[in-house]
Structures are given as C-alpha cells and as structure tokens.
Design a protein around this ligand. Structure first.
Ligand code: SF4
Ligand code: SF4
Ligand code: SF4
Length: 260
C-alpha cells in the first residue's frame, strides 16, 4: 500500500472509531491536521516545537548514548532534511519515561528542554490512538501468542547472540543496569504469553497509568481506551502484539478525542 493510501486508511480507521472529535463533527480539516502530525517523527521526551527542534538538534547522539532502553535513533539518509536528528520509532521501541529522564539531561543544545526532566508529568510527545481495534486480542478473548515474546527478544538489544538464538535469557553475574532493565521488561511481556492480553494498559510507564490508558468492556471482550494523561511515549505501541495502537506525534488528547 502506498503512503497516501496508508494515511487515508488510518484517517478512516480513527474517524470510524469515533476517536477523532473534529472529524466526528464533520470538519475533516481537523482530521487533516492530525494526518499532517502523523507524518512527523516522534521525538524524544522534552523535544521543543518541531521547527526549533530541527534547528537546535546538533545530532550529537548524547541522548541515544544514555537511553537505557535503546529507544532513540538518529535519522539516516532516508530523511535528508532531518539527517542525524534524534527520533523514536515506537513500532520498534517506545520510550519508557525513565526516572530523571536521562536523555533530556544529556542534551547539550536545548533541543530537549531540561525543565521537562524535573517532572515526568511535563512530558508531551504526542497521543496514542486505537487505530485498529478489530485486531485487539482482548476484544476477541484470544491469548497472547508466543510470537509476541519473540518480537520483544528482537527489540531487546542487550541480549547476547546466543540468548537471541535460544530465545532464552541467561543469568550473568553483575548485569549492567541497562541489561537488567531491558530483561525485566522482556520478562514482564513473557509472563503474558498464553494468557489474556492487557499488556498495553498494564505496561504503560506513565506513573498514574490508569489516567493514561485502561481496558473497557466492549461486546464480549475488552478494548483499550486512551485517556487524557497519555503522553504519547509509544510503549503501548511497541508492546501490543497485534499493532492495534499508534501514536500521533505532537497531537494533544483534546485534538484527537474531545467532541466539539
Ligand atoms: S526517557 Fe528513558 S527510555 Fe525514554 S528516551 Fe529518555 S532515556 Fe530513553
Ligand atoms: S542530545 Fe540533543 S542535540 Fe544531541 S542528538 Fe539528542 S536531541 Fe539532538
Ligand atoms: S497510553 Fe501509556 S504507554 Fe501508551 S502512549 Fe500513552 S502514556 Fe505511553
């Protein structure tokens, strides 16, 4: 499917689900604004407004060096206008809103606002949307498939090649803090395999997660509901086994969900 078709499909999905307040009252322009935001990269926490970010990011990679989850990437030549700038691809690895937000503190240029590191509640990266509800395992009361575990093994960079091949983590003495954090996450995900799926809601890293996401009854099952405090970190996007969720970078909850 080409990019334009993908975007139209996305707009149709979220408008059809009634999550797009502006589209729901008939102003498709509201949907177009979100479509524009959907094209923009998700930036690390604390990122200033996009134009300023592009001007300020000196492509030093400091944020990436200190991120214990390996969440941050630098743009390659596929995006020449933003080459070398920091971004997060939540399909690959979301941000886990670390205590003290080390990525922000490491940024020397002002591209990531240091004030945001004082309090995780000040983070605003975007907002999650339930873009493909029909695929939700909880809606159909299906258990989490083992393939989810395998996928998270791929996302967990601190594993040895042997661990990756065997899909098994070995106990090593004095693991680094980074290895321990990523393995703890992997183990949490593994504990859901074969069981009902509430991964997105349970593993949301926002401190008061029930204010960001929760499971609500629908038909014979349950579906995720994105709530007002969602900061768009993308952890739920990464961890969802069936690609139900998406983040719209820099969008606000009100833009997406508030009915006019
Ligand atoms: S808050 Fe933590 S997980 Fe998120 S990008 Fe920064 S360092 Fe990485
Ligand atoms: S630390 Fe700041 S300036 Fe350096 S790559 Fe990250 S966002 Fe850009
Ligand atoms: S619901 Fe939670 S995990 Fe998902 S994007 Fe929002 S804050 Fe992050």
């Amino acid at each position: 499917m080409n990019e334009e078709k993908k975007r139209r499909k996305f707009l149709k999905q979220i408008a059809g689900l009634g999550v797009l307040g502006l589209a729901a009252v008939g102003t498709i322009a509201g949907g177009e604004v979100l479509l524009e935001k959907e094209k923009v990269r998700l930036r690390p926490p604390g990122a200033v407004e996009e134009h300023h970010f592009l001007a300020l990011c000196i492509k030093c990679g400091q944020c990436l060096q200190v991120c214990p989850y390996d969440s941050i990437l630098l743009e390659d030549i596929d995006n020449p206008a933003a080459l070398g700038t920091a971004y997060i691809d939540p399909d690959r690895r979301g941000c886990y809103l670390c205590k003290a937000l080390p990525c922000i503190l490491a940024c020397p240029s002002g591209a990531l606002e240091h004030e945001v590191a004082e309090d995780v509640h000040k983070v605003h990266m975007g907002v999650a949307v339930v873009a493909n509800e029909e695929a939700c395992l909880a809606l159909h009361n299906k258990p989490v498939p083992p393939s989810e575990r395998d996928l998270i093994f791929e996302h967990t960079k601190v594993l040895t090649p042997a661990e990756r091949r065997a899909k098994k983590v070995y106990n090593i003495p004095n693991p680094s803090e980074k290895r321990q954090l990523q393995i703890d996450l992997l183990k949490k995900v593994e504990s859901y395999v074969g069981k009902p799926c509430t991964i997105c809601a349970d593993l949301c890293p926002y401190p008061e997660k029930e204010e960001a996401i929760g499971m609500v009854a629908k038909g014979d099952g349950f579906v995720p509901e994105i709530r007002q405090k969602c900061v768009g970190c993308g952890a739920c996007v990464e961890l969802c086994p069936t690609d139900v969720l998406k983040v719209i970078p820099r969008a606000t909850w009100e833009e997406v969900y508030k009915k006019a």
